[in-house]
Ligand binder design. Structure first.
Ligand code: NAP
Ligand code: ZN
Ligand code: ZN
Length: 345
């Protein structure tokens, strides 16, 4: 066993605080690495607060993990000591179902989450707000030496979660796409949609984000709380990529889609959303969803980012700032992803 230092929530009402545990022994196909950086996803907050389902406590969140390999099992083929690697939201899956065989491990009924889940060994999984990680090589990603490592971390969730639907719906040249919510996921959606050639509009509740939205690659910015601005995009978009973490008015945004437009949900507010039938029947509109991305597509996205020099815009924090970072995240005050410097653990 390998001792690990971490920050954990002991219950769904307690703040994160230092906690020690042990990682499993490195198995034949396992990769062990020291964690250098871990991104802070809004899903971490949803889960430590039991907003989706009752969680497994103590909980060590974190699924945007990058670091350097320190040990590999005897049968490991893809990695060696010293390699830069990443781990996202998944650490295992059944490997046999149709989804797994098509590289869609995220839709496997037996997919194992990086934390707040139970591994095949029957033990809880613990995430990246920790010093060391042990993961099967099939769920370990190769990370380029070319990019700023701290700014690569958020690609492992925010990156793939926005890259995947943009690729699935073949969004690019000739499309008008709206990115709803400019936080961690939203700012990556802007970068990718711009890189794929689409006309990108940010729909935001924060007036102060306009200049930065344009710098990130948005062509237009609509302050949704301003009636005149919202009216100017009625029936305008082919796609809306919805990254909002809190309940919001669907009818309002569906009115911004043109005929045959698609509203793609990636945000996961804890309460059900209401879809008024008239708002999709008129205009033959679709409401769809998308979850992270499979392992092959995550590697494809990381390689694409290395080639195009795409990383996240981050605010690097010490781990003892994590509870304040969550408070700011709840206020929409993230520019645009907190990343924990694990050397401060
Ligand atoms: P985040 O950084 O907190 O960004 C969310 C943004 O949503 C905020 O910055 C804000 O942008 C906007 N927003 C917040 N409250 C709002 C409200 N009441 N009405 C309208 N807009 C509001 O969060 P994130 O890490 O990007 O995650 C976003 C959501 O995606 C979370 O629910 C998370 O759990 C989910 N998620 C899903 C997947 C998946 O696989 N599908 C993966 C990762 C995360 P403005 O200031 O611009 O309005
Ligand atoms: Zn996430
Ligand atoms: Zn499977």
């Amino acid at each position: 066993m390998t001792p690990a230092k971490a920050y954990a929530a002991q219950t769904h009402t307690s703040p994160l605080a230092p906690w020690n545990f042990e990682r499993r022994e490195v198995g034949a196909q396992d990769v062990q690495f020291d964690i250098n950086y871990c991104g802070v996803c809004h899903s971490d907050l949803h889960q430590i607060r039991n907003e989706w389902f009752p969680g497994i406590f103590p909980m060590v969140p974190g699924h945007e993990i990058v670091g350097k390999v320190t040990k590999v099992g005897a049968a490991v083929k893809k990695f060696k000591v010293g390699d830069l690697v990443g781990v996202g939201c998944l650490v295992d899956s059944c490997r046999g179902c149709e989804n797994c065989q098509h590289g869609l491990e995220q839709y496997c009924n037996n997919a194992v989450g990086t934390y707040n889940a139970t591994g095949k060994d029957g033990l809880p999984t613990y995430g990246g707000y920790s010093s060391v990680m042990v993961v099967h090589e099939d769920f370990t990603l190769k990370v380029s030496e070319k990019l700023n490592l701290a700014a690569v971390a958020p690609l492992l969730c925010a990156g793939i979660t926005t890259y995947s639907p943009l690729r699935h719906w073949k969004i690019g040249k000739g499309h008008k796409v709206a990115v709803l919510g400019l936080g961690g996921l939203g700012h990556m959606a802007v970068k990718f949609a711009n890189a794929f050639g689409a006309e990108v509009t940010v729909l935001s509740t924060s007036a102060g984000k306009e200049a930065e939205a344009k710098k990130l690659g948005a062509h237009k910015f609509v302050l949704t709380t301003d009636k005149a601005q919202a009216k100017s995009v009625r029936g305008y978009f082919d796609f809306i990529v919805d990254t909002v973490s809190a309940p919001h008015d669907f009818r309002f945004y569906l009115g911004m889609l043109r005929t045959d437009g698609t509203h793609i949900l990636v945000g996961l507010p804890s309460q059900p959303l209401e879809i008024p039938p008239f708002s999709i029947v008129g205009g033959r509109k679709s409401v769809a969803g998308s979850s992270i991305g499979g392992i092959p597509e995550t590697q494809e996205m990381l390689d694409y980012c290395a080639e195009k020099n795409i990383v996240s815009d981050i605010e690097l924090i010490n781990i003892n700032y994590i509870n304040q970072a969550y408070d700011r995240m709840l206020k929409g005050d993230v520019r645009y992803r907190f990343v924990i410097d694990m050397a401060t653990l």
